[in-house]
Design a protein around this ligand. Sequence first.
Ligand code: GLA
Ligand code: ZN
Length: 687
Amino acid sequence: MSIPKGSIPKQTQLFYGADYNPDQWQHAPEILERDIELMKQAGVTSASVGIFAWTALEPEEGRYEFAWLDRVMDRFAQEGMFVFLATPSGSKPIWLSEKYPEVRRVNKNGRRDASGGRHNHCMSSPVYRTKTAQMNRALAERYKNHPALALWHVGNEFSGECHCDACRMNFQKWLKAKYQTLEALNEAWWSNFWNHTFTDWSQIPTFDESIDGLSVDWLRFTNDQHVSFLRNEMAPLRELTPNVPCTTNFMGTHEDTNYWVWSEHLDIISNDLYPMPDDREETWKQSIASDFIHSMMRGMSGGKPWMLLECSPSSVNWGQINKLKRPGAHRQEVLQALANGADTIHYFQWRKGRGGFEKYHGAVVDHEGSDQGRVYQECAAIGSELVSLESLCQQDLPQADIAIVYDWESRWALNASCGPKAAKAIQPYPSDITTEACQAHYRALTVAGQSVDVLSVQSEFTDYKVLVIPALYMVSDALGARLQTFVEQGGILVGSYLTGYVDENNRCHLGGFPGAGLRETFGIWNEEVDYLHDETEVSIVAELGETYRDVAKDIVEILHAESAEVLARTASEFYKGSPIVTSKQVGLGAAYYVGAKLGDDGLSQFYQQVLSVHALHPKIRMTMPKGVVIRQRESAQGTLAFLFNYKREAQSIELHDQTLRDLATGDLLTGHVELKPYASHVCVIDI
Ligand code: GLA
Ligand code: ZN
């Protein structure tokens, strides 16, 4: 890689722009010209172009039409703006998918997709790999020296799976490389269960829910197939434009994409995030959930700046209820991303199309077309504010003291295992036990005023003071040993329910949960687990007599404290009195275990205790209610503090001996401060 990770060589300011579809407006040159005017006026620096424009670029096989794109690129260059040029693999030309049906995905029932839709190519198809590589080579040849070209936007939101014969054969090959022998595979998959022993590699299917080791390997394989497809796309780009970085837009905690693996292959990390603007009681939790995802992007980029490559400037059009963002909410969302290390803010979409599935999706420019709309004006105001925050550009994000581990493979293993309580369907996304657990711990730590990094199981833990592994269901012996070493050397480890049940093959650990040596590390034996109905609650009592102002729900483990100290116990149900929160001194460190799903209050009380025992105080001393969040980011002018009220109600804080100076207004914030609904302040810290 010739480009330092996380940098876009042509970037000298925060990038601000949107997905832009000039290919849809070729019949209306006056609109294209008006777009440029409106972009300039809104402070736009850049746009992602051509994401779904393959047919406009290659209307028939081998005949390329670049004139329209030349005009866009040239016009951008004239205005000193940049293009994130997309490779158009996200949606296949109909001529291509009709001529070469193999490029279309096959579903579990063996049915090949019809042409149309998008994000539905077969990742194995040699034809699609050849065609996309040819297209990318042609784009790179044509624009390699173009001053507007700043970044390659490779494909779009890759995900999903294909069950065609080519994919199945590739899966079998992948398994052969992994396991070498069928004996090893059968053992790893425990496949004599229900008589599923494989006697020939060719018998192995792409799915069989009764073999949960297979399910996890299938997801690992599919993830690798996406990465291999992506690498195939990037090969000609890297060859012809070694100084133009490549990214592909992630989807946060999307269920089937292990972005930790992808991020190793990209020059810069980018993410799309569409928090639903809820504006109800719990809306602040949604905002902290966004912070969690931003922190994960920071983790993937190794502390380097990353890009928010899509967000909506107002509402989306695909939720059950597509609420508008309330005043202040959008500015807050943008500043939140910056506070967490983004150097780019791009919207989906610049202008609403006239037709098609996304014609009502939020856009900077409405069908009405002028600069008079509320959304356009808010976006333009943000455009000028970003200019005043330029000193943030290309500044790394400091490492936190605390980290949470988020592991897709463990999530897959848990979801593939029949038994643990099923996750609830929450619109617009299904919920997920792993993600929920990680977000709950992240939220409690955020409420305690702490910054939290998000790491993978492969990350280096040693520099962190506290490592949290919520519902880390899959723990290999090697990982268990690393966690034990972390604690012995002075780290504080926090585990939760559903930790360490299975090994890397989704086989249960023998000898008592948590396995992989963690029974010894935490000093507990988790004998049984009780999954509760939604309305059932189990009370929890602190060992020293105070009741946790909270109850456990959903999941309660019946623990035995073997060499751990008990901090809290259950106080109802037949297992009343069993330990539920424990701690154990190990070497120079300590290991805590929370064996039930506590609510926000309970988890907050737990962390208050842990943070105060270990003297981990927030960097900025302030008293703040839930939903007020403070973050810091370095800038060329020193550290900036971002102060947010994520609630729809005004809230007050106490800044004690700290004074903050609001950059936008010059106001001094000190002592008792009243924060307006959805207030955001970017401040210099005056000491
Ligand atoms: C995704 C896609 C975009 C668009 C938006 C709408 O993020 O990448 O093309 O469909 O969703 O929210
Ligand atoms: Zn396929």
